[in-house]
Design a protein around this ligand. Structure first.
Ligand SMILES: Nc1ncnc2c1ncn2[C@@H]1O[C@H](COP(=O)(O)OP(=O)(O)O)[C@@H](O)[C@H]1O
Ligand SMILES: [Mg+2]
Length: 322
């Protein structure tokens, strides 16, 4: 029992904490995230209190404060596309954040399944547009609350069984709030982190999350993440990679990805609103005619895919969000 909730089982354990499935007295289910940074604290089997090495205590406490602030900030946001934080409290010398329990899987699970099935397309264009339209509605509210997510990636986008897209894991957001300059974990995920995140200067803003959104759309089209920002700065193959998708997805969607993923922050959409406007322009779709070479290559890819089809996880299909 923690704070009146009965812990049923562990849902996930990451570097920063543990997520549990819990129920309250009425039997309602919740997901509870516990602050337990593996690099700073450990906990023996059967114990409730974490053990923190004395030299790591100040960093542990700083992270704890930030985790608490994350809960406080998130609790103010009520939007269907942002995970709801219903309660947060201190106990056992750590902090617990009580969230709505979401049933479904992450966008990452869907992408991997589609990739394993060797589907020629991970998602249909209409699916991509409606999925990210939903996510952007939530992200706009987050930005209005002067928060940045800073770790948007397919693993942090949850797709529920009732077909909602929900952003989870605002762990990196607390960095902005606490401005203390101590980094507890590497905050960036290669492929999804904007170049300014590697610099850690003051140029982060809504456009930093927008870069990650572009990378998520890319992954939803290609089935794998784009090259990371340092690689791209060295030699940018984004246009080349995207050109393979011409004819499969509209030019407009490809341009949107290119716009979001501009290496120069100023060359990206500066606000979620600007991006939403472009993404909702479905009527303006144009498809480039493929060259013969491109046709052959696409055809060849689909032949290869057909022969390698597997049925693993076939029950999970990436064709929601019609
Ligand atoms: N509200 C929730 N409902 C259901 N599962 C959740 C919820 N929040 C997190 N999870 C599960 O826990 C995993 C890790 O959560 P996340 O917040 O991304 O933490 P981190 O990546 O920092 O470990 C998610 O991928 C998801 O499987
Ligand atoms: Mg996560």
């Amino acid at each position: 029992m923690i704070g009146g909730y009965r812990i049923e089982r562990k849902l996930s354990a990451g570097g920063f904490g543990v997520v549990y499935l819990a129920v309250d007295k009425e039997g309602q289910q919740f997901a509870i995230k516990e602050y337990l940074p593996s690099s700073l604290a450990s906990r023996a089997v059967g114990e409730l209190l974490p053990q923190v090495l004395p030299e790591k205590l100040s960093l542990y406490r700083l992270g704890l404060k930030s985790f608490f602030e994350e809960g406080r900030s998130l609790a103010q946001i009520s939007h269907g596309s942002v995970v709801s934080v219903l309660n947060f409290f201190r106990e056992n010398e750590t902090v617990y954040m009580v969230m709505n329990y979401l049933e479904g899987g992450t966008l990452q699970d869907f992408i991997i399944t589609a990739r394993d099935l060797k589907k020629p397309k991970v998602f249909r264009e209409s699916t991509i547009r409606s999925l990210f339209d939903e996510i952007l509605r939530g992200l706009r509210i987050v930005h209005q609350h002067k928060m940045l997510h800073l770790d948007i990636k397919p693993a942090n986008i949850f797709i529920t069984d009732d077909n909602r897209a929900v952003m989870i894991d605002f762990g990196a957001a607390r960095e902005v709030l606490s401005k203390e300059g101590n980094f507890i974990r590497p905050m960036y995920t290669p492929g999804f982190a904007a170049p300014e995140m590697y610099r850690r200067d003051s140029s982060m803003g809504p456009w930093t999350d927008i870069y990650a959104i572009g990378a998520c759309i890319y992954a939803s089209m290609q089935g794998y993440p784009p090259n990371d920002a340092p690689q791209r700065t060295e030699k940018d193959r984004l246009s080349l990679a995207l050109s393979r998708l011409r004819g499969v997805y509209s030019d407009n969607l490809i341009e949107v990805v290119q716009w979001c993923m501009a290496l120069d922050p100023l060359a990206r959409p500066q606000s979620v609103f600007a991006l939403q406007k472009e993404l909702s322009r479905e009527s303006e779709r144009r498809y480039t005619k493929l060259t013969v070479g491109e046709r052959v290559r696409l055809q060849f890819d689909s032949v290869v895919s057909d022969t390698k089809k597997t049925s693993r996880k076939a029950h999970v299909s990436g064709t929601r969000f019609k």
